[in-house]
Design a protein around this ligand. Structure first.
Ligand code: PLP
Length: 363
């Protein structure tokens, strides 16, 4: 087998090796079906068992209450930017959006096509280097919902503090890049959505967890595929779902259960992020984070070097040393290491060692 390298990519991202092995085996023949997982019908008994298992595991891992529906959707989190607004902005046609980064802005852009958006707590003037304080957030009690992004994949900040206090207004969360990296109190949310391709599986499926009473807001005039109520009623099988991706989500959830669930993975994630942040902070300013101490993400750790030329050399030499995906997003530059669930601690240790060696020869 070709050697696997250390994959710090922001998504699609590293998957657990045991999951890849199981996918490989079942890509030829799945169980007793005599067919590949890629070949079976989405209406078959075998697939019915898979999608039900994926949902059951998600429910167990996240402790999802019974009055929430779990949907397997297509079109990425980007489609959810539109679906959330189209389905839920139906009363006052106003919604609050906490603006903490590029993806939050993208969500705002789509919501503005549907209704009135109150942008609150924006830290754009500070290059999104921190999350807003509670006293900077102004919510409208008449809003149809309030939306926030729990992890800002590009800017490297994460909402590790308690959820924003929005009273009785449904709280909606784009959790794409920290979904299932730690336990969350689902009952505090109206809906949570996440593209799978960071922590939950491969690209191609987006998980939506939505409180069932909110489904009554979906207007019959919506395009069928973009209607939460229909997707829930048809149990994500109105049309052909991304069967392979859903199967992979089931296997990733099985892996998470086998290692002790979300509390266990949270501990491992905190350790990995701690190792890297400590290396950055102890470098005497050679590596420096632009993110405020109380806002740093465990999933996407970002840092700068003394100048862009050294940054480019760092990324190139790291790549040559088997450390891939460390270039920051093109909109912000710098370096970024994504430390999702499946990234082994040994990868972070290899990165930290490389950083020390690089500083010695370039510092
Ligand atoms: C927080 C967040 N939201 C939304 C998106 C967009 O996701 P997709 O490409 O699945 O539409 C991303 C992609 O990286 C993201 O990190």
């Amino acid at each position: 087998m070709t050697q696997r390298i250390h994959n710090f990519g922001a998504g699609p991202a590293v998957m657990p090796l045991s999951v890849l092995e199981e996918l490989r085996d079942n890509t030829i023949v799945l169980g007793t079906t005599g067919m590949s997982i890629l070949e079976i019908s989405h209406r078959s008994k075998a697939f019915d068992a898979i999608i039900k298992s994926a949902e059951a595991r998600l429910r167990r891992l996240l402790d999802i209450p019974g009055d929430y529906a779990v949907l397997f959707m297509q079109g990425g989190a980007s489609t959810q930017f539109s679906m959330v607004a189209m389905n839920l902005m139906t009363g006052s046609k106003k919604a609050d959006y906490i603006v903490t980064g590029h993806w939050a802005e993208a969500a705002v852009k789509e919501a503005k096509k549907v209704g009135t958006v109150n942008e609150t707590g924006s830290t754009k003037a500070e290059n999104f280097a921190r999350l807003p304080r509670a006293d900077e957030l102004k919510f409208d009690p008449a809003a149809d919902y309030a939306h926030f992004t729990s992890n800002n994949t590009i800017e490297g900040s994460e909402w590790l503090r308690p959820e924003p206090e929005v009273g009785s207004v449904p709280l909606i969360c784009d959790a794409s890049s920290d979904f299932m990296s730690r336990p969350i109190p689902v009952a505090k949310y109206g809906a949570i959505y996440a593209g799978a391709q960071k922590n939950a599986g491969p690209a191609g499926v987006t998980i939506v967890i939505i409180r069932k009473d909110l489904l009554s807001r979906s207007s019959k005039s919506l395009p069928t595929m973009l209607n939460y109520a229909i997707q829930a009623e048809k149990e994500s099988l109105y049309n052909t779902p991304p069967c392979y991706a859903i199967y992979a989500v089931d296997l990733v959830c099985k892996w998470l259960e086998s290692i002790g669930g979300l509390s266990a993975i949270e501990k491992m994630n905190a350790e990995k992020a701690g190792l890297l942040c400590q290396a950055i902070d102890a470098s005497g300013g050679f590596y420096r984070t632009p993110v405020a101490a109380d806002s740093r993400s465990r999933m996407n750790v970002v840092w700068r070097l003394p100048n862009e030329e050294i940054e480019n050399r760092f990324i190139k030499e790291a790549q040559a040393a088997g450390l891939d995906g460390l270039k920051g997003h093109r909109s912000v530059g710098g370096c970024r290491a994504s430390l999702y669930n499946a990234l082994p601690k040994a990868s972070v240790e290899a990165l930290v060692d490389f950083m020390a060696r690089f500083q010695k020869s370039n510092g």
